[in-house]
Design a protein around this ligand. Structure first.
Ligand SMILES: Cc1cc2nc3c(=O)[nH]c(=O)nc-3n(C[C@H](O)[C@H](O)[C@H](O)COP(=O)(O)OP(=O)(O)OC[C@H]3O[C@@H](n4cnc5c(N)ncnc54)[C@H](O)[C@@H]3O)c2cc1C
Length: 328
């Protein structure tokens, strides 16, 4: 690794002041499970001058109710999401998504905010600088996306434009399906951003002097039928090839509202609105599942080597709906 300063922040205000001082040349570190890899591989467009440790900030590790909502602190570990009776009971798809992340070691270190802000896993972007030189790409600010003409089997089938890397976060997919919002602290105070607006094709909306402090899940999908399903190459530890988070509100067995969000198929979590429409007003039958599966992919534009993801998305939607039906 190269030289960088290391600062322990004692409060959110101190973290913000440090971020402001370094004017975009500092990186936050929480569990470090993602950041350290990017520093070792020297893959970031600009090596940080400073790393600001936020684990030293007290009071950001909690899961609690606030009125009808559940609020989760930014430093809450993924393992704590898996184990929390409050999360399991009220939003089981979030507990399932957290359990599907990596293995126990990473879940014991990795935090919810770190998971949401982790860098992309695109193999061109992540190619270590030390192994024959840096692969440049659109995301790094130089040249076109090598995946467009290259080996794009793990890349986006929706919404790819100049960069086809997919959002790797399983937690983002789950939280998007639960209409969660994020609390962000910065020099101008606090602001709330719905998760659906947090991601941009090349990252997220955080300004250089901002950090996530908590995540709020409203009650709309509390204890409603819901499921997170994920397909990965290695069942033990692996990022998703594709995933689906599905939550429905039923009245007399008929869909009144639905969220169907797809993961690892677009630069941001992808809300399959056409699939949701196929569920509303219908029972959770095999034919509804089929209609939702087909509708989910109507805007898919696969690249040369990733059309197989379209079939996986459809299979995951059928499976999610069947499992929701079986559990009721
Ligand atoms: C082997 C392996 C397998 C994995 N498998 C999966 C998987 O299947 N699914 C999945 O979703 N993820 C997976 N991950 C990613 C893993 O979940 C993340 O590395 C972890 O959650 C990051 O959390 P952290 O606290 O360690 O973040 P860090 O590494 O400390 O930080 C990651 C990024 O987030 C930023 N950051 C951290 N906290 C904040 C904050 N509060 N506000 C703003 N920015 C912040 C940091 O600056 C950094 O850019 C895997 C990782 C590994 C190494």
């Amino acid at each position: 690794m190269k030289y960088f300063q290391h600062h322990n922040a004692g409060s959110v205000a101190e973290a913000v002041a440090l971020l402001r001082k370094f004017e975009g040349r500092a990186k936050l570190i929480a569990g470090g499970t993602d950041l350290i890899g990017t520093l070792k591989g020297d893959i970031l467009p600009e090596y940080p001058a400073a790393v600001i440790n936020i684990k030293t900030i007290p009071g950001l590790d909690f899961i609690r109710t606030e009125g009808e909502d559940i609020v989760i602190g930014a430093l809450t570990k993924l393992a704590e999401l898996v184990q929390s009776p409050m999360v399991k009971e009220n939003f089981p798809l979030l507990a399932d998504a957290a359990e599907s992340v990596a293995g126990p070691e990473i879940r014991n270190m990795g935090t919810i905010a770190g998971n949401l802000c982790q860098d992309t896993r695109c193999w061109y972007y992540r190619y270590p600088n030390s192994m024959g030189g840096r692969i440049q790409c659109f995301r790094k600010g130089k040249g076109p996306c090598p995946a467009i003409k290259g080996d794009n089997r793990y890349h986006a089938i929706f919404d790819g434009k100049k960069c086809f890397a997919v959002c790797p976060s399983d937690i983002a997919v789950a939280l998007a399906a639960l209409d969660a919002s994020l609390t962000i602290a910065g020099s101008d105070g606090e602001r709330n951003v719905p998760l659906k607006d947090f991601y941009k094709p090349l990252g997220y909306v955080l300004k250089p002097d901002e950090l996530l402090t908590s995540i709020r899940i409203p009650s709309a999908f509390r204890q409603t039928p819901q499921r997170f399903v994920k397909f990965r190459v290695r069942e033990s530890v692996d990022f998703a090839i594709a995933s689906v988070a599905m939550a429905v509100i039923l009245a007399d067995g008929i869909g009144r509202d639905a969220r169907i969000v797809l993961g690892a198929v677009a630069p941001t979590p992808y809300r399959a609105i056409e699939a949701e429409k196929a569920v509303i007003g219908q029972g959770l039958t095999a034919s509804t599942a089929e209609a939702a599966a087909q509708s989910a992919v109507i805007h898919a534009r696969p690249l040369r080597r990733n059309a197989y993801k379209v079939e996986i998305v459809k299979a995951l939607i059928r499976r999610a709906m069947k499992e929701i039906g079986d559990r009721r």
